[in-house]
Write a protein of this length. Structure first.
Length: 399
């Protein structure tokens, strides 16, 4: 066992917002100089008339820009009145840390735009810019992938749609990942509600399908690249199975099939700072940490007391041991992973260092924000919950 200092944190809510539709995903921009930008994805099922919305939008707080577009305005809906529709909005915003009259840090949120879309299951910025341009990928409830370009209009940023797929069937796109976190390969992988996985290549503002295969017999909740070897794709589904695929060998047979989770596997992410380490989360309430050199069983098997819908390793090297988890009915948790203590008892290998329980519904979306300025040096996190339509920004203050 190796001892090292552990820092514990208390959460401090900086911003709260209630959207029109259910909020399920938040993603902060990773590009240097654009860390203040972020997107929120929303999801709602409307009746055939298109007029049923479960909550009315709250007014924006007075300290936000008065000329910003109203989030959730219904003017641009294009609902098909002949069918039930899963609809959503892509909310594109910017944060700013300031000092108030009492010299306390305060987060302001400015609204760039709100786009009417199909219901959104997942959003992911391309980890690196492609040909010096930033892109955002979206997976939606009609089975399509859409890519937006980040556009600098001088005094503000916008999102411009540059490509999308045309899905002829009715399954949903449940997750999306890019392949360029470490390398320059610009592939996209999505998982689908019919158990299929699809790998695309994005180039020259076009999306081209490379592979499409049945990975699972039930809903495939998650698919992710091994960012250290993007020929490898991992998938997890409602069949409780966690699988690996090597696309160089074809997609007929997985490289491994693991059933160490006792319920659907919802989320997968490889550590961007350690090529041997990855994590999975499941409805079974367990966060599993794996060493890829031995996939027989996880090196850490930790009960979060809530279904683990989303996990995110910290993007910065100096916090490489931190992982954030959205734990459905048990809020949001930040863990510090000590790989040197693996084998010496779980209580030494994983420490809960911060908990956030200010939401009122299912914890779905979580992401690390890399923005900071002279007014804010604490770690900022964005979280969203489903049926209460809530999005929060909070900071981690060291105890």
């Amino acid at each position: 066992m190796s001892e090292r200092p552990i820092t514990y944190y208390t959460p401090n809510t900086q911003y709260e917002y209630k959207a029109v539709y259910c909020t399920d995903v938040v993603e902060f921009c990773p590009y240097q100089g654009n860390e203040d930008l972020f997107v929120i994805g929303t999801y709602e099922v409307l009746e055939s008339s298109g007029n049923i919305i479960s909550e009315a939008v709250d007014d924006l707080p007075d300290d936000n820009d008065s000329n910003d577009n109203e989030i959730g305005s219904e003017d641009d809906d294009d609902d098909d009145e002949n069918s039930i529709k899963r609809t959503g909005r892509l909310l594109f915003q910017r944060i700013e840390a300031i000092k108030d009259d009492s010299n306390k840090t305060k987060i302001k949120v400015h609204n760039n735009t709100s786009l009417s879309t199909p219901a959104i299951f997942d959003l992911k910025w391309s980890y690196q810019k492609i040909n010096n341009i930033g892109y955002l990928g979206m997976a939606d409830a009609i089975g399509n992938v859409t890519v937006y370009k980040l556009v600098n209009n001088g005094n503000h940023y916008d999102l411009e749609k540059v490509a999308n797929t045309d899905n002829p069937t009715s399954e949903l796109c449940c997750s999306l990942d890019w392949s360029n976190r470490i390398g320059n390969n610009t592939d996209i992988v999505v998982s689908r509600s019919n158990g299929y996985l699809t790998r695309y290549n994005f180039s020259n503002n076009g999306i081209n399908q490379l592979n499409h295969w049945e990975g699972h017999k039930f809903e495939a909740w998650s698919a992710a690249f091994d960012q250290w070897n993007t020929n490898i794709i991992y998938s997890g589904a409602d069949d409780c199975l966690f699988k690996g695929w090597d696309t160089r060998m074809g997609t007929t047979t997985p490289t491994f099939v693991n059933k160490k989770h006792d319920a659907g596997v919802c989320t997968i992410q490889v550590n961007p700072h350690n090529e041997n380490i990855m994590a999975t989360g499941s409805y079974d309430t367990y966060l599993n940490i794996w060493d890829k050199r031995n996939m027989a069983k996880p090196i850490i098997h930790h009960c979060t007391e809530g279904g683990v819908w989303k996990i995110k390793w910290h993007p910065r090297l100096e916090k490489k041991n931190y992982i954030a988890a959205a734990c459905m009915y048990n809020g949001f948790h930040i863990y510090d992973i000590n790989l040197n203590s693996v084998g010496g008892g779980e209580e030494d290998a994983i420490k809960e260092i911060c908990t956030y329980d200010k939401h009122e519904s299912i914890a779905y979306g979580v992401d690390w924000c890399q923005y900071e300025n002279e007014n804010c040096s604490n770690q900022i996190i964005g979280t969203c919950s489903f049926y209460d339509h809530l999005f929060h920004i909070w900071e981690m203050e060291a105890i």
